[in-house]
Design a binder for this molecule. Structure first.
Ligand code: UTP
Length: 267
């Protein structure tokens, strides 16, 4: 049973400046709800009970969003604004929220490592802050349903021109919806890519991932990446890719956020 989700949201969101100079990119909205709330709802709809946010001092607004706001609630109650109250009051009760801090943005893997004590010795879901998938079954649930102890990462087929923006997997044996990951290449040219299966920011990891991240090499920019931890883990156990169903939006970029707004607005 996967009951905990780690949401690393301590990145600096350089691709979305100046919007993210003050406002965390995870609080930018799709229609009338911050992106991060869609992700929390995705986790909860997939059976998650505890959300562990990895934040930084600059991202306290995310913590505020999932905390009670008694003055606003009282004002809405006193003024009989029942519908508005229904949008605000339940947010902090949706799950158990835990916060851990990443003091410096040293990579998404380093961020996940900060959650080690909060996760303990159990398998857990990881959702990065910008991949939203619109579909019938929550993407996280698709991964969790396929999880049998070995790490799973979400993938989607990407256009040839977009391959250089993704981590691309080298596929091995197929088992139902799962594809074995023999290796993965970060941002290859379309000609050197071993497939068109691009990794997106959703994973289920066994607890051994923490040691693997710690022992994986730092990238050129000094960052620790979750995918490097997974690659190291693949030396001792199989790791899998799950081709997820649904329409995906990369809300970490303006074009993706606008497309998500159009799609969610039109139902
Ligand atoms: P991204 O690669 O999207 O990085 O991180 P970013 O900083 O948010 O955005 P850009 O690329 O500069 O525009 C993937 C996830 O990992 C988190 C991010 O917040 C995002 O949810 N992250 C990344 C951290 O928590 N800490 C880090 O040091 C790096």
């Amino acid at each position: 049973m996967i009951k905990k989700a780690v949401l690393p949201v301590a990145g600096i969101g350089t691709r979305f400046l100046p919007a993210t100079k003050v406002v965390p990119k995870e609080l930018l909205t799709i229609v009338d709800k911050p992106v991060i709330q869609y992700l929390v709802e995705e986790a909860i709809d997939s059976g998650i009970e505890e959300i562990i946010f990895v934040i930084s001092k600059d991202k306290e607004l995310i913590r505020d969003h999932f905390s009670p706001k008694p003055e606003l609630e009282k004002l809405l109650r006193d003024r009989g604004k029942t519908e508005a109250l229904k949008q605000v009051e339940p947010i902090h009760k949706m799950a158990k929220f835990t916060y851990v801090y990443q003091d410096e943005p040293l990579g998404d893997g380093h961020a996940v490592l900060q959650a080690k004590d909060a996760v303990g010795n159990e398998s857990f879901l990881v959702l990065f802050g910008d991949d939203i998938i619109k579909g019938d079954v929550p993407a996280a649930k698709q991964l969790i349903d396929n999880f049998h102890g070995e790490a799973i990462m979400a993938v989607e087929r990407v256009n040839r021109d977009d391959i250089p923006s993704y981590g691309i997997i080298d596929p091995g044996e197929e088992n139902g919806n799962l594809i074995e990951v023999k290796s993965l290449i970060e941002k290859p040219s379309p000609d050197e890519a071993p497939s068109d299966l691009g990794i997106i920011g959703k994973y289920v990891c066994p607890p051994e991932i923490f040691d693997a991240i710690q022992n994986s090499p730092h990238g050129k920019d000094g960052e620790l990446r979750l995918v490097d931890g997974l690659l190291l883990l693949s030396k001792t156990q199989k790791i899998w890719a799950n081709l997820v169903e649904g329409e995906r939006f990369d809300t970490g970029k303006a074009r993706g956020l606008v497309a998500a707004n159009n799609a969610f607005l039109s139902g």
